[in-house]
Design a protein around this ligand. Structure first.
Ligand code: URA
Length: 236
């Protein structure tokens, strides 16, 4: 069977399809011993030899989907320049090479899906697939009705307007408040920036759910496998 090289790499769990395109363009992938940098190339899965970073890449049939309740202090990437621990260290029993769908900041806790299904990752991180993400944030002070209205309509963050979002107050304490925020995008530090934009700096941030998949019942630092039904929902 012939497939595009970037899909082959995604199916093999090397990276999401979009990231695989970058790897190809950066000259990190060889087919039958030759570096390929264009994106149109197809490979025959039965006979072509694909290499990434000098190692032969094979397509694993078994797809794995994990929901991790990420603790603070862990990064979502495999590595950073500060040697912070990676969420991948929390999946010691899993032999397959997994990568997270989207990112959570080092200090954000909660729901993170990890998979070796590069195709699912490609679909879910595409803005048109609007999977909702629910966050619980403790913020400084308490947002006013007016501030919440502008939050919901969309704010300019990094020069670009955010899509309509939701915010509601869950609890008010003396100085601070707990809010629930629902967004459909995954821009860098988006919730923190949006709250700050309306004048309420985030103190702690927790992702409660991705679509209907919640971390309820999963202890911090632990994970569970997604059910077939949950995977089907995400693929819709
Ligand atoms: N928004 C943020 O600000 N941080 C996250 O980790 C996720 C969403």
């Amino acid at each position: 069977m012939e497939v595009r090289l970037q899909k082959y790499l995604a199916d093999a769990g090397i990276a999401s399809r979009r990231k695989a395109e970058e790897l190809i363009q950066n000259g990190r992938v060889k087919v039958n011993g030759k570096i390929i940098t264009e994106l149109g190339v197809k490979v025959d899965t039965t006979k072509d030899k694909v290499e990434f970073n000098g190692k032969v890449v094979k397509v694993e049939k078994k797809k794995i989907y994990i929901l991790l309740n990420k603790p603070a202090g862990y990064i979502s990437a495999a590595k950073d320049q500060f040697d912070n621990p990676s969420v991948l260290h929390l999946l010691k029993d899993i032999k397959e090479r997994l990568f997270p769908i989207g990112r959570l900041d080092k200090d954000t806790t909660g729901a993170l899906i990890l998979t070796n299904d590069g195709d699912l990752s490609f679909h879910l991180t595409h803005p048109k697939h609007e999977v909702s993400k629910t966050y619980i944030a403790e913020v400084v002070g308490c947002p006013t009705a007016e501030e919440m209205r502008s939050f919901m309509k969309g704010l300019i963050i990094d020069g670009k307007k955010t899509y309509p979002a939701k915010i509601r107050i869950v609890k008010e304490t003396k100085k601070n408040s707990i809010v629930e925020v629902i967004i459909h995008e995954g821009r860098n530090r988006q919730v923190r920036k949006m709250c700050e934009e309306i004048g309420h700096k985030v103190i702690t941030l927790h992702r409660q759910a991705i679509g209907k998949i919640t971390v309820d019942g999963v202890k911090e630092g632990s994970y569970r496998f997604l059910t077939d039904k949950e995977v089907q929902e995400l693929k819709k």
